[in-house]
Design a protein around this ligand. Structure first.
Ligand code: GLU
Length: 407
């Protein structure tokens, strides 16, 4: 029997936003890097990769382009993963600069570039990668970016050469950070690694997979490989939220509300933590350097599918599944995932039920996951005298067959 084809509704949604923006031809391809001025301005693609590793795509998702600044959050992620946040923050700040990507933007007191999403900060991040030579540092970057994308990626040598021969402003930025004591390598080592990093050739599908790897908390959802720690993924998403869209980051957060990073190659990587990554590609850029049609697609998707990360989503499912009374015992069956607010609800609603002549049983058998903070709240709640399987004598008895509450 022939299988019935079920039309993928996410793909249909991607196709509809793509067709909506197709006729927009405003903006210009980047021209300050001569090789980028030669790219075809017309390709248009969008891909979405869920945290379960399912890929949905529409348009030119196989078209290759250089990653450019979309590499910056991922190299920041590799740096904080390898060196720790404290060490990295000695070299770079995390404040939005409100200035163009190539601005001379160093904190007066510390000499740190304002954030790792502007060129000065990104060059410093590249300089912090392992090894002494540009080849060593680029090898660490390349291998990390390939793990985010889940496949081998090549460098567009023509773009690299073009960028390296015309990149005096970036070298000037590197010299300033060297003089300020924040650059981690000689200028030519740092900038060569950085220029190669920006020249890595990717597709919209690669950017979606890379962003999805941040959305899962650091595990590539397709290869299942852990690329960075959960903390590194969260810190990276935070910096993308505040600084990812050049000097339009504030209005982007207001209108679209997804951590994102764009690049002058025409790509944008965006994510919704815990849900998915999106990659878009369209080379014509607005005056700030963001892809005109990429921004338009992400704006439309955010509005239509309620993707803003600060969207109010209604009351979550109560963790109290049922309450049953049996002689002098009240049994509260808890369920699902319990974090701070769930623990607060359980403890506030159930503590009045603790009385002198009976006991309250908190049954965690149907709880699938509990956050560390929530577990601590339960452990320290007044009256939680023991975590025994049967209870007896205590006012609050915890049934915790899987040992979720820890010690
Ligand atoms: N390689 C580019 C530069 O350093 C990246 C710029 C960008 O994508 O914002 O100028």
């Amino acid at each position: 029997m022939a299988a019935t084809e079920v039309r993928d509704p996410v793909r249909a949604a991607l196709e509809s936003v793509l067709e909506e923006v197709r006729s927009r031809t405003s903006g210009e391809v980047a021209s300050y890097i001569p090789e980028l001025a030669r790219v075809d301005p017309d390709p248009l693609g969008v891909a979405l990769v869920s945290v379960h590793g399912i890929v949905h795509e529409a348009g030119d998702t196989d078209a290759h382009f250089t990653i450019q600044s979309v590499s910056k959050p991922f190299v920041f992620a590799l740096a904080v993963d390898a060196l720790g946040l404290d060490e990295v923050l000695k070299h770079v700040g995390v404040e939005p600069s409100g200035e163009p990507f190539n601005a001379i933007s160093l904190e007066p007191a510390t000499g740190r570039p304002l954030n790792p999403m502007i060129n000065a900060g990104a060059i410093v991040m590249s300089s912090l990668m392992a090894g002494d030579t540009a080849d060593d540092k680029f090898a660490a970057i390349h291998s990390g970016i390939q793990k985010f994308a889940g496949r081998d990626l090549i460098v567009d040598e023509a773009v690299f050469t073009s960028e390296a021969t015309t990149g005096d402003r970036n070298r000037a930025l590197a010299y300033l950070t060297l003089a300020a004591g924040t650059l981690g390598a000689p200028v030519d080592v740092a900038t060569t690694a950085y220029f190669r990093q920006c020249s890595i050739s990717v597709t919209a599908r690669d950017l979606a997979t890379m962003a999805a790897t941040l959305a899962t908390g650091g595990v590539n959802p397709i290869t299942r490989e852990r690329v960075i720690s959960e903390n590194a993924a969260r810190w990276t998403s935070a910096v993308m939220t505040s600084c990812g869209m050049y000097d339009e980051s504030g209005s982007w957060l207001l209108r679209v509300g997804m951590p994102a990073k764009s690049g002058v190659g025409g790509g944008i990587a965006a994510e919704l933590p815990g849900q998915f990554g999106i990659g878009t590609f369209s080379p014509r850029l607005d005056a700030k350097g963001n892809s005109v049609r990429g921004v338009a697609m992400l704006e439309a998707m955010s509005a239509r599918f309620e993707l803003h990360q600060l969207q109010h989503r209604g009351d979550p499912l109560s963790p109290i599944g049922s309450l049953t009374r049996d002689d002098d015992e009240t049994v509260a069956s808890l369920r699902g995932e319990i974090f701070f607010a769930g623990a607060e609800e359980v403890l506030a609603r159930l503590s009045p039920l603790v009385s002198d002549d009976g006991c309250l049983v908190l049954d965690f058998a149907d709880v699938t996951r509990i956050g560390d903070a929530a577990a601590r709240m339960f452990r320290s709640a007044p009256g939680v005298a023991g975590r025994r399987a049967d209870g007896g004598g205590e006012k609050v008895v915890v049934r915790d067959p899987e040992g979720l509450l820890g010690h």
